[in-house]
Design a protein around this ligand. Structure first.
Ligand SMILES: Cc1ncc(COP(=O)(O)O)c(C=O)c1O
Length: 408
C-alpha cells in the first residue's frame, strides 16, 4: 500500500497546523502512523490520496449511519446550496427539523440548533445552571461532552489518547464546578448529592459511554440518575451526540425508556454537515434567549445546508422500517466474528461497538494490521467502531477474515 502522497501532505501540514491536523486524534501519533489523507468517501468506503481504498468503520466519528455520500442526502444539500449558503434568518427547514426531532424523540419539546456537539452540550449545561440557579455539574469519568472549559475534566478519548486528562488553559475556578463520578457508580453520585444537596444544577451523561471504549450502562444506573436528580431538584442531561438516532430512532432514551430533562444531539442529526441540537422540557428551554435570560447564539446555527442534510438523513431513517434491524444483524455478525476469531473482547450495542485493548502497544499493532489490510478504524483504543447501512455482508466478511489474521 502506497502512502507517499499522504506522507508528503502531512509533512507540509505539520509546519502549518498544530500536530498537522484540525482535530487531535486524527494525527495518529499514538499508533505510530501518519494520517492517510482522504480524497473521497462513498458508501462503506473511503479513498485516500495514494489511491488506496478502505472499508470505513469510523464514519466521520458517527454521523455516517447511512454510509458516505448517500444520494438523497447529497441531493438535498445540493438543492439547498443553489438557494444560498447561509442567511442568518429563520427558514422553513429549521421548523421541520425541530418538528421531526420532537416526533422521534418526544422529550425534545423545544429545541435549538447549533453547529457542533460541543456548543450544544455547553449550551445545555448553561441552561441547566440558569434554570436551577445552581453552579455545579456532575459528569462521569471518561465521558466526553465536547471541549468547552467545564467539560474538559476526565473527558475520555482525545484527552485520554494524549494522556492529558485535563487540558491546560482551563482555569481551576471553572473546573471546580465539575464534579466527577465513575461511570455506572450510582452510589458515588448519591454521595455527591448528599454532600452538595443544593449546589448541583445537572448530571450530564452519555447514556451509553462511547468515548472510553463502549461501556454499557448497568441495569439501574440511568434509572438511578433519573431518580436522584428529580429528588434533589437537579436536571438530567442525556448527551446523545453518539447514541442519538443510532441506537434507535428515539435514541438511547427511546431504547431504555428514560426521559431526561434536556438532551444533546449531534453527528447523525447533521447528516454529515455541521449541525447539532440541544433541547428538552419546554419550561426549561424558555430560559433561552430571546425567550429567556440564558444567552446562546450562532451565526451558522440552523444553516440551510446542514439542516437539509440532517433532515434528509432523519427522513430516510424514519421511512426505512428495516434499517435498524439490518444494522443490528450486520453489527452482531461483525462483533461475533471479531471476538470468535481473535482473543479480543468486543462490547456492542446496536451498530456501536469497541474492541477492548489493555494497552496502547497492542492496540497500535491492531490498528496497523487493519489499516494495511484495507480496514479503517479510529486511531485510538478509546473510540468506537460504527457500522453503517452501506456496509455489505462482503465488507463484514472480509473485515472478519482480516481480523482473524491478527495475533494479539
Ligand atoms: C458524546 C459526545 N458529546 C459531544 C461531542 C462533541 O461534538 P463535536 O465534536 O461535534 O463538537 C462528541 C464528539 O465526539 C461526543 O462524542
Amino acid at each position: 500500500m502506497k502512502e507517499s502522497i499522504s506522507a508528503e501532505l502531512f509533512e507540509k501540514a505539520l509546519g502549518l497546523m498544530p500536530g498537522g491536523v484540525n482535530s487531535p486524534v486524527r494525527a495518529c501519533a499514538n499508533v505510530g502512523r501518519t494520517p492517510r489523507f482522504v480524497v473521497r468517501a462513498k458508501g462503506s468506503r473511503r479513498f485516500d490520496e495514494d489511491g488506496n481504498s478502505y472499508i470505513d468503520y469510523v464514519g466521520s466519528w458517527g454521523p455516517a449511519i447511512l454510509g458516505h455520500a448517500r444520494g438523497e442526502v447529497v441531493e438535498a444539500v445540493r438543492e439547498a446550496a443553489l438557494d444560498g449558503l447561509t442567511f442568518g434568518a429563520p427558514t422553513r427547514r429549521e421548523v421541520e427539523m425541530a418538528e421531526t426531532v420532537r416526533r422521534l424523540v418526544p422529550s425534545m419539546e423545544s429545541s435549538r440548533m447549533t453547529s457542533s456537539g460541543t456548543e450544544a452540550a455547553m449550551s445545555a449545561v448553561r441552561v441547566a445552571r440558569g434554570f436551577t440557579g445552581r453552579d455545579n455539574i456532575v459528569k462521569f469519568d471518561g465521558c466526553y461532552h465536547g471541549h468547552s472549559d467545564g467539560m474538559l475534566v476526565r473527558a475520555g478519548s482525545g484527552a485520554l489518547t494524549a494522556a492529558e486528562p485535563d487540558s491546560a488553559g482551563v482555569p481551576a475556578g471553572f473546573a471546580k464546578h465539575t464534579l466527577v463520578a465513575p461511570y455506572n457508580d450510582i452510589e458515588a453520585v448519591k454521595r455527591l448529592f448528599e454532600s452538595d444537596p443544593d449546589g448541583i444544577a445537572a448530571v450530564i451523561v452519555e447514556p451509553v459511554a462511547a468515548n472510553c471504549g463502549v461501556v454499557l450502562p448497568k441495569p439501574g444506573f440511568l434509572d438511578g440518575l433519573r431518580e436522584i436528580t428529580s429528588r434533589y431538584g437537579a436536571l438530567l442531561i442525556f448527551d446523545e451526540v453518539i447514541t442519538g438516532f443510532r441506537l434507535s430512532l428515539g435514541g438511547a432514551q427511546g431504547l431504555f425508556g428514560i426521559t431526561p430533562d434536556l438532551s444533546v444531539f449531534g453527528k447523525i442529526v447533521g447528516g454529515g454537515m455541521p449541525a447539532a441540537m440541544f433541547g428538552g422540557r419546554a419550561d426549561i428551554m424558555r430560559m433561552v434567549a430571546p425567550a429567556g435570560k440564558v444567552y446562546q447564539a450562532g451565526t451558522l446555527s440552523g444553516n440551510p445546508l446542514a439542516t437539509a442534510a440532517g433532515l434528509a438523513t432523519l427522513r430516510i431513517l424514519e421511512k426505512d422500517a428495516g434499517i435498524y434491524g439490518r444494522l443490528e444483524r450486520k453489527s452482531e455478525r461483525l462483533a461475533r466474528g471479531i471476538s470468535e476469531n481473535t482473543s479480543l473482547p468486543v462490547t456492542r450495542i446496536g451498530s456501536l461497538m469497541s474492541v477492548g485493548f489493555g494497552d496502547d502497544a497492542s492496540f497500535a499493532r491492531w490498528y496497523s494490521h487493519l489499516l494495511d489490510g484495507g480496514v479503517y478504524v479510529a486511531p485510538s483504543r478509546f473510540e468506537a467502531m460504527f457500522v453503517s447501512d452501506a456496509h455489505t455482508d462482503e465488507d463484514i466478511d472480509s473485515t472478519i477474515a482480516l481480523a482473524a489474521g491478527f495475533s494479539a
